[in-house]
Design a protein around this ligand. Structure first.
Ligand SMILES: Nc1ncnc2c1ncn2[C@@H]1O[C@H](COP(=O)(O)OP(=O)(O)OP(=O)(O)O)[C@@H](O)[C@H]1O
Ligand SMILES: [Mg+2]
Length: 270
């Protein structure tokens, strides 16, 4: 699917996410590590936002804070409620898929749905549909130890998508997925998120993936991570064969190349 063929969001686009002046430090063995400082960004409702930045700059930490799995030292996270007034439903695809080893592929997905109160038969039907969507037909009854890294990652993606969340947080979801499945999953993800009204925050190391998928691309500095550039590629610029695509990816590469963590921003104090 070419970017300009993306479906327009229908009805409610999804919640807006606002991150304001977030800072978080970890107490490490060698002192305090400032992971994030003055980190601010806004994702419009229904937008597909990509986050790129050097390794260790705090991308996963930021996702954890948005998912309420970690508490910022300072700053604010605001996620709009749904039109009914209910809090937005949120799902996370973790950098490491963290599957229950004693549950099958289907069992892992059904478990997530059942904890949200879905009846068993419906959960099983939905698990089957999303197993198929991520290309794992025939593996519903396999256990995690029988899967490759890329297959396990796809189970994590299916588990999150099956929840039909309003907010989807994805931490390098395709990193271990082979090129062919990656291309298929990128298209599916664009289709699902555009039609179903979801706001997405998608972390990737792959700059061209970010420019292809992102309505907006946030570029982070080295640690302590903060947003140093916000890029909003047009539909024409998301076309991988266009000059605009090449120019934007080159600009982001350049920014990242000049923002490698230096001793000045290691943020380690005794
Ligand atoms: N639980 C923790 N305890 C102590 N330090 C941590 C913890 N989690 C992360 N850090 C540190 O915080 C910084 C940011 O880590 P984070 O995992 O958010 O980076 P990242 O941008 O996701 O990196 P990558 O691209 O390699 O996944 C790193 O210096 C890391 O060592
Ligand atoms: Mg990470």
């Amino acid at each position: 699917m070419a970017p300009d063929q993306r479906a327009e969001p229908r009805g409610w686009a999804g919640p807006e996410i606002r991150i304001r002046d977030v800072a978080l430090s970890y107490e490490g063995r060698n002192g305090r590590v400032q992971a994030l400082a003055d980190c601010s960004l806004t994702i419009p409702g229904g937008a597909f936002a990509c986050l790129v930045g050097p390794s260790g700059c705090g991308k996963s930490t930021l996702l954890d804070i948005v998912a309420d799995l970690a508490r910022a030292d300072t700053g604010l996270i605001e996620i709009d409620a749904t039109p009914s007034g209910a809090p937005a439903r949120l799902a996370v695809v973790f950098q490491r898929p963290a599957l229950f080893p004693w549950k099958t592929v289907a069992g892992n997905i059904v478990f997530g749905l059942r904890t949200h109160g879905m009846p068993k038969a419906e959960a099983q039907r939905r698990a089957d549909a999303f197993i198929s969507l991520v290309g794992l037909d025939g593996f519903a009854h396999a256990y995690p130890h029988e899967l490759s890294g890329g297959m396990a990652q796809r189970v994590g993606i299916a588990r999150a998508l099956a929840l039909e969340p309003d907010v989807l947080l994805m931490d390098e979801p395709f990193a271990a997925v082979d090129a062919q499945n990656r291309a298929l999953l990128q298209e599916e993800l664009l289709r699902i998120t555009a039609y179903a009204g979801k706001t997405v925050l998608f972390v990737t190391h792959d700059v061209s993936e970010a420019v292809y998928l992102g309505d907006v691309v946030f570029v982070m500095s080295g640690r302590p991570g903060r947003i140093i550039r916000t890029v909003t590629p047009s539909a024409a610029e998301r076309d991988r064969s266009s000059g605009g695509f090449a120019r934007i990816t080159a600009e982001i590469f350049d920014l990242l190349a000049h923002r490698k963590p230096s001793t000045a921003d290691l943020g380690v104090s005794a």
